[in-house]
Structures are given as C-alpha cells and as structure tokens.
Design a protein around this ligand. Structure first.
Ligand code: AP5
Length: 228
C-alpha cells in the first residue's frame, strides 16, 4: 500500500540518512522533512553556506571539502549542537550527512539524550556502487532554492534552470570526477563503520537506494512507521 504522512502525524524522532555520496540522501531528506514538517539538517549544506559566506569555519572547511575529505569532528559537532538548540527542532529532524564518524555518532547520542530524544532511527541507503558516479557527476543543484536534479535521471524541463523557481543550476565543485574517488574512500574508511555501530543498537533500517526516487521514499516512510 502507498505510504503517506497524515497531517496530524508527528515525527518526534531524530532520523539519520546514512549512505555513500550520491546515494540519494539529500533528495529524500528534503521531501521526508517537508512531509513531517521538521527541519532538514544537512551538514554538507550548512558547511557550503559557511564557505559561501566566508566565515572562519567556511575558510577552514573549504580546502578540506574541495579535496573530498571530512571536515574535523570538532567543527561539525559545534555546528550541530547549536542547530538542534533551536525551537524548530522540538518535534524531530532529519540528519543528512551526519554523523559521519563513530566519534560524531557517540556525541550525537549524548546530545539526543540531553534533549529527551530516544536513540535515532537510521535509514541506511544501500546502493549498487556502479550507479554512484553517474548520480554524482550528473547532479545539478539550483543556486536559488537548492533543489536537486540530475542531467541523466532527473532532468529539468528547461535545460539549466530549476523547475520550481527558474533559478540557474550549478555543479558542486566536489562533484567533479577526480574528487569522487577520495569522497568514496573517506566514506568507506570513516563512515561505513557506522552501519555496524547502529545495527548493533537495533536502530538501522536498510533501504534499496538503487530504485527510483518514489520507490525509495515509500521504503523510508514504511521504515519510519514501523519504528514508531
Ligand atoms: P555532503 O553534502 O553531505 O555530501 P555527500 O554525503 O557526499 O552526499 P551527496 O550530497 O553527494 O549525495 P546524496 O546522497 O545527498 O545524493 P543526492 O540526493 O544529492 O558532504 C559534502 C562534504 O562536506 C563532505 O565531503 C565533507 O567534506 C563535508 N561534510 C559534510 N558533512 C560532514 C560531517 N558530518 N563530517 C565531516 N565532514 C562533513 O542525489 C545524487 C544525485 O542522484 C542527484 O543528481 C539526484 O537527482 C539523483 N538521485 C537521487 N535519488 C535518485 C534515485 N532514486 N534514482 C535516480 N537518481 C537519483
């Protein structure tokens, strides 16, 4: 049966979308957060915003992100701790790209307990690795609203312009083919151990992320419903 979110349904959970670069986390996180009326907390988007604004955090993060490596835990954790203090986080949130190391996951566990949340529910994006290069190098993002497209799989109606607001599309600097290898390596070495970490806690649901966007969303909504 098709899964929908009814207006009265609350998330009241910390959701984590975990998976390799290009698996579709951002595409799904935006929509799931919208359906539940909770914030979408993408550490990648937050860091890119700091880079665009030229803050001191942005200046430290920019060369690291450009190489496809992970930004130090200390910088990311401070950013997250501040963000979930805000009142819009009182009925749950969707983490996209966080946590990315075991140290980040352990700190998050403490932070969630302090805020009265139970352990997070982790949606693990399982994907055929051969699809990742196409998804990453084909991605284009709207400069205005951040909408995500793909020149191969999710093209816009008018080439180079967002379907929602007509904004110009751009390619992320780290989506160039030569940066994809280091990003995937960082995932395997530093982030993939989180799969076993959360599986041990009994809070991990696998979804088949090689399927189409709507099908993946149905799997995620079903997992959330089962976890409640
Ligand atoms: P971040 O921005 O988090 O990037 P990422 O994890 O590498 O993930 P992506 O954004 O590349 O992919 P996605 O899974 O969101 O896929 P999307 O939905 O866009 O991080 C960037 C950098 O910031 C890191 O390298 C690091 O330096 C730093 N950073 C961030 N967080 C950090 C942290 N916690 N600690 C330390 N450093 C951190 O989809 C991809 C493409 O596929 C799109 O074109 C989309 O249209 C298409 N697509 C999506 N779903 C489907 C589908 N089902 N079928 C067909 N096409 C699809």
């Amino acid at each position: 049966m098709a899964q929908t979110v009814r207006p009265h349904e609350k998330l009241d959970l910390a959701l984590i979308f975990l998976g390799p670069p290009g698996a579709g986390k951002g595409t799904q996180a935006k929509e799931v957060a919208r359906l539940y009326g909770v914030p979408h907390l993408s550490t990648g988007d937050m860091l890119r915003e700091h880079v665009a604004q030229g803050t001191s955090l942005g200046q430290r993060a920019q060369p690291i992100m450009a190489r496809g490596e992970l930004v130090p835990d200390s910088l990311v954790l401070k950013m997250i701790a501040e963000r979930i203090e805000r009142p819009d986080c009182s009925h749950g949130f969707v983490f996209d790209g966080f946590p990315r190391t075991v140290a980040q996951a352990q700190y998050l566990g403490v932070l969630l307990r302090q805020h009265g949340y139970k352990p997070p529910l982790v949606i693990h994006f399982v994907i055929d690795p051969q699809l990742l290069l196409r998804r990453i190098t084909g991605r284009r993002v709207c400069k205005v609203g951040g909408e995500i497209y793909n020149i191969y799989d999710c093209p816009t109606r008018v080439e180079g312009h967002c379907d929602k607001d007509g904004g110009e599309l751009e390619q992320r600097p780290d989506d160039r083919e030569e940066i994809v290898g280091p990003r995937l390596l960082a995932y395997e070495k530093q982030t993939a151990p989180l799969v076993a970490y959360y599986r041990r806690l009994g809070r991990l649901h696998d979804v088949d992320a090689s399927q189409g966007v709507d099908d993946v969303r149905q799997q995620i909504l079903r997992s959330i419903r089962e976890a409640h």
